[in-house]
Design a protein around this ligand. Structure first.
Ligand code: PLP
Length: 473
């Protein structure tokens, strides 16, 4: 009998023992491993703050870690040790309160812990037939977002991997609908119009779809507006067809919200699909004082918002919602002989609403956290980041060596250190990371390298900001 297997598999004989070989069996050894893994996860969740950590070079990792995949396996406890001692320290903690780069993440405890449950539960989140319970819960989380945005209750969608996948899926549905409305007639080129400040994923989606992007200039407040959209479209070739406008509710670089209401008016008049990329910023809809900024979002045809950005879920998760899900289903549902049973009952199949089939039920951590803490706690946590952004702007204004470049619209603050050029910001960023103080990468704004801080983490305080700014003296 196999020394790793406590019991022979009934009826499986030698073959059964050989293939199981301690794998896919819950042995005493598995029990030890389970406790070690769960204990590691618990300790990580408890850390307040977690270590910031930082990257290592491939050569350093090769020297420290070497080959871990062998025919016999190195054992789970040893693999966990390698992760804890070598790999995790070479991996930045995006939830550190002074991780202020890109768009940070700050998953809350309930969401992180429930992610373990999702992984342990082997949920197939693609169809109602297989994942009804999970899909029901995910749809409650989507319905909360739907209500926040002001879409009709008949709206719906799915959670996908990230904003890039969400934007692509929405635009594919938009083009499909435009083609249907044109009776199947293709124009010379399909065009998606968007702001020059839009996220790079809109361009990436256009490339995958082989459509053109019309980059529309912004107003003095860096927003895409209806009038500038109308004017830009006049420059197109006569037989080019705009099928969608991708507006942004919270641009990644500077946190600006496009003028959604005037964009919606143009889209309605011209019959264009309006998609709102709210991957980062739409979370601010939870804060009453900020709701007017998003006026017009309720008139869109689709929107995305990423729980892994400002809704405190772990990577990776993007909520994608369509005003008329039937249109998205017509574009995305996959049909095959072996798949037909999932379509038999007409229930909600998340796989029908995006470019995917098999999917992790990646909305469940958000659902669990919403159910655990309630939506008011989310609004308070998002409001905190907005408060800290305004305080950070005041702090920058008060310092003579710094200059605030924009009043923060949401939670991104752009500033200049007088006398610094690009290399100075790069060296500063490097120093902050090496000294394990903070992770703050610079950006470019109007052709100049500048400082940028993005706030989503409710643990980040104005004291953290002061600590970072003090290092610029
Ligand atoms: C506005 C916006 N849209 C789309 C994306 C892409 O999202 P993801 O990285 O989840 O693919 C981002 C990422 O920062 C973003 O800020």
């Amino acid at each position: 009998m196999c020394r790793f297997c406590p019991a022979t598999v009934a009826g499986a004989g030698d073959f059964g023992e050989r293939i199981l070989h301690g794998v896919h069996r819950f042995t005493p050894e598995t029990d030890r491993l389970a406790r070690a893994v769960v204990e590691y996860a618990l300790q990580r969740v408890r850390m307040d703050p977690p270590p910031l950590d930082g990257p290592a070079s491939p050569a350093e990792l090769e020297a420290r870690v070497g080959q871990t995949i062998t025919p016999e396996g190195i054992g789970g406890l040893e693999a966990l040790r390698v992760f804890a001692d070598e790999l995790a320290p070479a991996t930045i903690s995006v939830d550190h309160p002074r991780y202020l780069s890109f768009i940070p993440a700050a998953p809350n405890e309930a969401a992180v812990l429930f992610d373990l449950v999702v992984g342990a539960s082997s949920v197939y989140g693609g169809s109602w037939l297989e994942g009804a319970g999970a899909v029901y819960a995910e749809n409650q989380a989507l319905a909360w977002l739907t209500r926040l945005v002001g879409f009709p209750l008949t709206a719906g969608g799915t959670f996908v991997q990230g904003g890039t996948a969400g934007n692509l899926s929405a635009l594919v549905a938009a083009r499909d609908e435009a083609l249907r409305r044109r009776g199947g007639h293709h124009p010379r080129r399909w065009v998606v119009a968007t702001s020059e400040e839009a996220h790079s994923s809109i361009g990436a989606a256009a490339k995958v779809m082989d459509v053109d992007v019309l980059g529309v200039g912004t107003d003095a407040a860096h927003r895409l507006t209806g009038p500038s959209l109308s004017a830009a479209v006049e420059t197109l070739h006569a037989d080019d067809a705009v099928f969608a406008v991708a507006a942004t509710a919270g641009t990644t670089n500077i946190g600006v919200v496009d003028d959604l209401d005037s964009i919606a008016a143009v889209c309605e008049e011209r019959g264009w699909w309006m998609h709102v990329d709210g991957a980062y910023g739409l979370a601010a809809l939870t804060v009453d004082a900020y709701r007017p900024l998003f006026r017009g979002v309720e008139r869109a045809d689709s929107f995305i918002v990423d729980p892994h950005k400002w809704l405190f879920a772990p990577f990776d998760s993007c909520a994608l919602v369509y005003r008329d899900p039937a249109v998205a289903k017509a574009a995305h549902a996959q049909h095959a002989a072996y798949l037909e049973p999932i379509h038999a009952t007409g229930e909600w199949n998340p796989s029908d609403y995006a470019v995917h089939l098999t999917r992790r039920a990646r909305g469940l951590p958000l659902w669990f956290a919403l159910a655990t803490y309630g939506t008011d706690a989310f609004a308070a946590a998002i409001g905190h980041a907005l408060d800290v952004s305004r305080q950070a702007a005041d702090e920058i204004r008060a310092r003579s060596d710094l200059e605030l470049l924009l009043d923060p619209v949401l939670s991104i603050v752009l500033f200049r250190r007088h006398g610094w050029v690009g290399d100075d910001y790069a060296a500063w960023m490097q120093h902050l990371l090496e000294a394990q103080i903070a992770f703050v990468v610079p950006t470019a704004f109007q052709g100049e390298i500048v400082g940028r801080m993005a706030f989503v983490n409710p643990q980040t305080t104005i004291e953290d900001v002061r600590l970072v700014l003090d290092t610029m003296r």
